[in-house]
Design a protein around this ligand. Structure first.
Ligand code: HEC
Length: 232
């Protein structure tokens, strides 16, 4: 008889244990998101987009209270679509968020996305943005330098003419191509500006010391060549 009672108690324990498990009192939302979002290299004045996936690995709806872009360069990043104040992601569901990066200046960028949610373990998360290079733009930064300082002489298709990207790259000079993509130091155009070409004078011929007081413009030309001399 005692053995039978023990047997009943055993059954009771097994049933109790499985019931409490079925009830699962610990229903929680669980946010899953990568810790960084990568943006490609982009030219100044141009833009690029990257998409972040936020998933709910939990058993209860995940509610995103707010998504905020923060950091020194936050103004260069925008959501591509207006987000509702609070977003809900069903269990095992996910939400894609696309962010556009449009650099307002050259140089490194610091920004991140802060996510506030009802996940008890991660009520606030930060996704940091990593950005490729912000590339110099030929159209908006280089051609204007040539138009201001060079085309008075190099403005007709008679030898080197600097009125457009295509005309520059034809390399129709007395000394062959003047741009070696990816290598500013070995580009005749840079050497002519520095006076190291080994022939003729420093450019611009009518104001040879111009770039001594405009180092920033010379640096743009060099960077643009080192970045591959793209038509951007
Ligand atoms: C006042 C006229 C004048 C201006 C302005 C001028 N150049 Fe020149 N450029 C010349 C002459 C003349 C030559 C040929 C003689 C020589 O190589 O120095 C030349 C040659 C060159 C060459 C060598 C091309 C070849 O055929 O071998 C390059 C590269 C060049 N210039 C770039 C520039 C750039 C870049 C600017 C503007 C920042 C500029 N030049 C402004 C008159 C000018």
């Amino acid at each position: 008889m005692r053995l039978f009672k023990l047997f009943l108690f055993g059954i009771f324990l097994v049933v109790f244990w499985s019931c409490s498990d079925l009830g699962d009192p610990l229903q929680v939302p669980e946010i899953e998101v990568s810790t960084s979002l990568n943006f490609d290299s982009v030219s100044l004045e141009d833009s690029t987009e990257a998409t972040l996936q936020i998933s709910n690995d939990g058993t209860l709806a995940l509610i995103l209270d707010s998504l905020r872009i923060t950091g020194t360069d936050s103004a260069d990043f925008q959501f591509t679509s207006q987000l509702a104040d609070s977003k809900e992601i069903a269990p095992k569901g996910n939400l894609n968020i696309t962010i556009r990066f449009k650099p307002s200046a050259l140089g490194a960028k610091t920004a991140a996305l802060n996510i506030f949610s009802n996940d008890p373990d991660n009520p606030s998360l930060t996704v940091s943005f990593t950005v490729g290079n912000v590339l110099v733009s030929y159209a908006t930064q280089i051609q204007p330098i040539f138009t201001t300082n060079c085309t008075s002489c190099h403005g007709v298709p008679n030898g080197l003419y600097l009125t457009s990207y295509d005309n520059l790259m034809i390399g129709n000079s007395n000394n062959g191509p003047v741009i070696t993509a990816g290598d500013a130091d070995n580009s005749v155009l840079v050497q002519k500006i520095l006076g190291t070409a080994g022939f003729g004078g420093r450019m611009p011929a009518d104001n040879p010391s111009y770039f001594d007081s405009h180092q920033d413009e010379l640096q743009l030309i060099k960077d643009w060549i080192d970045e591959g001399a793209q038509d951007n």
